[in-house]
Ligand binder design. Structure first.
Ligand code: SF4
Ligand code: SF4
Length: 119
């Protein structure tokens, strides 16, 4: 996992004014590591808002299937969404499109750093 991937906001349906990237057509950082996203400052109530089957057995983060978060829906680079968007972990909120960690994740999937809507 690239340094900082866990520390930065991803909002799936929002195009940030400082970036041409749209998480809705990406999802790369949601499928980058079997160890991400981890819970950080979440309290028990926040974790309990996430369906138990989407939380890992240690309750330290989201369950992953290989590198892909269990809450990620759709096809990476085409159309994606987060099934727990209102309750997603803090590190997911902090991963912002256009930041270095975002671009590292996108490159892994062959996605460029400009617009992300497929043609
Ligand atoms: S890699 Fe970047 S553009 Fe893609 S979903 Fe994550 S934050 Fe959004
Ligand atoms: S919880 Fe949602 S935003 Fe966070 S990695 Fe999983 S699918 Fe992506």
């Amino acid at each position: 996992m690239p340094k900082g991937l866990g520390g930065t906001a991803k909002i799936m349906n929002v195009v940030f004014p400082n970036s041409e990237l749209n998480c809705r057509y990406c999802g790369a950082c949601c499928a980058f590591s079997e160890n991400w996203p981890r819970f950080t400052l979440e309290d028990n109530a926040a974790i309990e808002n996430i369906p138990w089957e989407l939380v890992n057995e240690q309750e330290t983060g989201m369950r992953c299937y290989k590198d892909r978060c269990a809450a990620l829906e759709g096809k990476i680079g085409t159309l994606t969404s987060c099934s727990i968007h209102p309750n997603r972990p803090i590190v997911c909120r902090d991963c912002k499109p256009g930041e270095e960690t975002c671009l590292i994740a996108r490159r892994r999937f062959g996605l460029n750093n400009k617009g992300s809507r497929p043609s």
